[in-house]
Write a protein that binds this ligand. Structure first.
Ligand SMILES: [Zn+2]
Length: 104
């Protein structure tokens, strides 16, 4: 798949597929569709179609209902779902994290 149209903006922003907020890329967790299924990409360097989520449980819950699969143009396999749920379980609930990372 050609990636010629990717533009490098000064501060890249991405949309959280869970809540649709647009934020600086660095404050979001990247998921990538790979040959081995959907993986978390902490470095942001894996190639492949990506989707972004806040590090908040609530966004993952919403995302796993369909937005992640849609953004990655794939379907979550049971293994993907298990892997993502395991990550989700390690994330804080919405309110605590929002206060901790507020960037306004
Ligand atoms: Zn979100």
């Amino acid at each position: 798949v050609p990636q010629k149209s990717i533009r490098r903006k000064h501060v890249p922003h991405r949309t959280c597929v869970g809540c649709r907020e647009v934020l600086p890329k660095r404050s979001l967790i990247r998921l990538v569709r790979t040959e081995d299924g959907i993986q978390i990409d902490p470095t942001g360097k894996l190639s492949g179609r990506g989707a972004y989520l806040h590090d908040l449980k609530s966004c993952w819950q919403r995302g796993l209902r369909g937005a992640v699969a849609h953004a990655l143009r794939t379907e979550l396999t049971p293994a993907d779902r298990e892997r993502l749920i395991a990550v989700m379980e390690s994330l804080p609930e919405a309110q605590e994290a929002r206060e901790a990372n507020s960037e306004r």
